[in-house]
Design a protein around this ligand. Structure first.
Ligand code: C5P
Length: 383
């Protein structure tokens, strides 16, 4: 089992730390909490040792054992600091080691993730930004902060990201790192919704889960990410634009296409739209719908491809690979992710990746959504 060192420093967001521990434990990680002196005002060692089922490292017990920071270095796989205060980030950046957490940070050589939490004015202070930039240059990963309501009632950037996103980032730390900085990802996701009348819609069962995971993981590895979708993606590194219909999705993608370096067309775009009635249809209005074919968005976008990478998705139950190869060529894509309808909404995925430049097919079987997104990025973005 993998071991996570969870550093907790003195921000009000520390009240969420036990929940982070719990999520990590549920996901199968061993967790060693390391609490700074000021964090003890927000969360108790008893709470953390109960949820982690481990002893907690504090300033007080730090010097009682056998050089614990060096022992932890050997036992642990990753170090996450959540929440990380401005003070703690400054210490990390300067290489200070004057308390338990900064000492562990300085001596730990594995992957490190910092999840800041502070007031907007502190976060935006150039001193803090310089420390963040210097740590990033040294390979430390950052997650957030996000915008929203702050503890004092002000609104702005500074909130610690939610524990579920921290869990995903910790899991992502275990993948070999991808360098996506400088890349701009445009991702469509979810099922489009064509109105039939003032109430009803024509839609499909797409959940947007895989597209959302792709967006989150691409942002984690440093890409700029824009999503155009029907299912919101809540992540500070992802700009989300909500749409409903094929037409709205087409317009939003067309506007963002010049900006992007890669397009991932994960949305399940309706092949039909309906002649819409303004008022709610009644049974007596007849039982037929007047369907009209929609344009193929990705084919139209491929016309302004340039040197962008375009990845399409294909869902078929029969002759999957043949049909997928046909779509790859016809739609002028670089890659296509082919799967069957059993995969719709599933939490574990199996699929093939077909490459326009090669006859080789990558087969990915029964992996988590996060691993699925990683495999797609490795085969389509990193090569
Ligand atoms: O529906 P089809 O199997 O042709 O979809 C394959 C790919 O084409 C997907 O990436 C999907 O997002 C895209 N598509 C599109 N516009 C449509 C239908 C599908 O861009 N009207």
């Amino acid at each position: 089992m993998a071991r996570v060192l969870l550093g907790i420093s003195g921000s009000i967001a520390a009240y969420k730390s036990p929940l982070i521990v719990r999520l990590l434990r549920q996901a199968g990680f061993l967790v060693t909490p390391i609490v700074s002196q000021s964090a003890l005002q927000f969360v108790t060692p008893l709470t953390l040792s109960t949820v982690s089922e481990e002893s907690v490292l504090t300033q007080e017990n730090f010097f009682s054992g056998d050089i614990p920071h060096l022992q932890l270095e050997r036992e642990a796989d990753v170090l996450v600091v959540a929440p990380a205060t401005a003070n703690m980030i400054a210490k990390f950046s300067l290489g200070l080691a004057d308390d338990v957490l900064s000492t562990v940070f300085l001596s730990f050589t594995g992957p490190k993730l910092v999840v800041p939490a502070m007031h907007v004015q502190m976060w935006q202070n150039p001193i803090v930004q310089e420390h963040v930039a210097s740590l990033k240059r040294r390979g430390v990963l950052f997650l957030g902060p996000e915008s929203g309501e702050l503890a004092c009632g002000d609104v702005g950037i500074g909130r610690m990201v939610e524990p579920d996103l921290i869990l995903l980032a910790v899991q992502a730390l275990f993948f070999p790192r991808l360098e996506l900085a400088g890349q701009r990802f445009l991702i469509s996701l979810g099922g489009t919704r064509e109105p039939l009348d003032s109430m009803r819609v024509l839609t499909n069962r797409s959940t947007g889960k895989l597209g959302s995971m792709l967006a989150i993981l691409a942002a984690f590895f440093g890409a700029e990410v824009q999503v155009v979708g029907t299912v919101p993606v809540k992540h500070p590194g992802v700009a989300y634009r909500h749409v409903d219909t094929v037409e709205e999705m087409g317009l939003a993608l067309e506007a963002a296409m010049p900006w992007c370096s890669s397009l991932y067309m994960a949305a399940a775009v309706s092949d039909f739209t309906v002649e819409r009635t303004e008022q709610k249809l009644k049974r007596t209005d007849g039982l037929s719908l007047n369907l009209k074919a929609t344009p193929d968005l990705v084919s139209a976008l491929a016309a302004q491809k340039g040197n962008r990478t375009i990845v399409g998705f294909c869902l078929e139950d029969r002759d999957l690979l043949e049909v997928a190869r046909g779509k790859l060529v016809r739609k002028n894509l670089d890659y296509i992710i082919a799967n069957t309808s059993e995969m719709v909404g599933a939490d574990r995925r199996s699929f093939y990746v077909l490459d326009a430049g090669s006859d080789d097919i990558v087969s990915v079987e029964n992996v988590s959504l996060l691993e699925a997104a990683y495999q797609i990025l490795v085969t389509t973005a990193a090569s």
